[in-house]
Ligand binder design. Structure first.
Ligand code: GDP
Length: 237
C-alpha cells in the first residue's frame, strides 16, 4: 500500500482537500446567502416549474441556457431529495431514499430563473475508494471553480452533531468563499424550543452566524417558503 492509499483510507473521504488553503485564507468566515426577509408564516413552495435537466460527471459541464445555480449538499439520508421536492412542490422530482450509488454525478433541475444542482450525498460507509475519489473530484471542482454557482444550501440533520465529513465540507466551503445557508432538516422531529436550541448550538459548532442557519421540515413545510425566498434573493430573481 502506498502512502497515498494509507492516507485515503485513514482520513475521511475528502482528504485531498488542501486544508492548508483554508488555513492560509485571511478569514475563516463563510459568507451568507441573503435571508428571506419574510414575515409570513412558513408554508408551501415559492419555487416551481422545475424540470430535470440531466446527470453529469463533469463539475464544469455547461448548462444551456446559462443561469445562476444554487447547489444542495449534505450527507446521505439528510433529507436532500425530500427538501428539493418540497421546495419546488413536485413530490416525485428527486428520488427519496434511493440507494446511494450515484456518487459521482450532479443532478441539475431547471427553474424559470435558476438551476438547482443536487450534489451527491456524502458520508456513506459502503462506498469504495474509487467512488470516494470520484466524489471528491466532483465536489471540489464544482465548489471551487463553477463560474455560475451563486450559493450553497448545506443540509445538516437538526438532531445530529456535525460529522468529520461535515467538517471537511465546512473547510471546502470556507475555501470556496461561496455564500452558504445551512438548513437543519427534519425539524419536525423536535419541539419548537428544542429545534431552536439545536439551531443555536449548530451555528456555534459550525462557526456560522445565527442568520445563516434555518430550521426546515419537508414533512410540515416549516421553513420551506423562506428557503425558496432566500434562493430567489441569492440569484436576484
Ligand atoms: P437524501 O438521501 O438526503 O436525499 O434523503 P431523503 O430525502 O431520501 O430522506 C431520507 C429519509 O428521511 C427518508 O426516509 C425521508 O422520508 C426522511 N425525511 C426526509 N425529510 C424529512 C423531514 O423533513 N421529516 C421527517 N420526519 N423525515 C424526513
Amino acid at each position: 500500500m502506498s502512502e497515498n492509499d494509507f492516507q485515503l483510507d485513514n482520513q475521511n473521504a475528502y482528504d485531498n482537500i488542501p486544508h492548508c488553503l483554508a488555513c492560509q485564507s485571511e478569514s475563516r468566515h463563510i459568507p451568507a446567502m441573503p435571508p428571506s426577509g419574510s414575515t409570513t408564516p412558513s408554508g408551501g413552495p415559492v419555487l416551481g416549474g422545475a424540470e430535470f435537466v440531466g446527470s453529469y460527471p463533469d463539475p464544469l459541464v455547461t448548462l444551456d441556457p446559462p443561469l445562476p445555480e444554487i447547489a444542495l449538499i449534505g450527507r446521505s439520508n439528510v433529507g436532500k431529495s425530500s427538501l428539493l421536492n418540497a421546495l419546488v412542490g413536485q413530490p416525485g422530482l428527486a428520488r427519496v431514499s434511493g440507494t446511494p450509488g450515484k456518487t459521482t454525478l450532479l443532478n441539475a433541475f431547471r427553474l424559470p430563473h435558476l438551476y438547482l444542482v443536487d450534489l451527491p450525498g456524502y458520508g456513506f460507509a459502503v462506498a469504495g475508494k474509487a467512488a470516494r475519489v470520484g466524489y471528491r473530484k466532483l465536489v471540489t471542482g464544482y465548489l471551487r471553480e463553477r463560474p455560475t454557482l451563486a450559493g450553497v444550501v448545506w443540509l445538516l440533520d437538526v438532531r445530529r452533531d456535525p460529522s468529520p465529513d461535515d467538517f471537511t465540507i465546512q473547510e471546502l466551503l470556507i475555501e470556496s468563499g461561496r455564500p452558504v445557508l445551512a438548513v437543519l432538516t427534519k425539524a419536525d422531529k423536535l419541539s419548537r424550543t428544542a429545534g431552536m436550541d439545536r439551531a443555536h448550538a449548530l451555528a456555534r459548532m459550525l462557526g456560522l452566524d445565527e442568520s445563516q442557519v434555518q430550521l426546515v421540515s419537508s414533512k410540515t413545510k416549516l421553513g420551506v417558503a423562506e428557503l425558496g425566498e432566500s434562493i430567489l434573493a441569492t440569484v436576484g430573481g
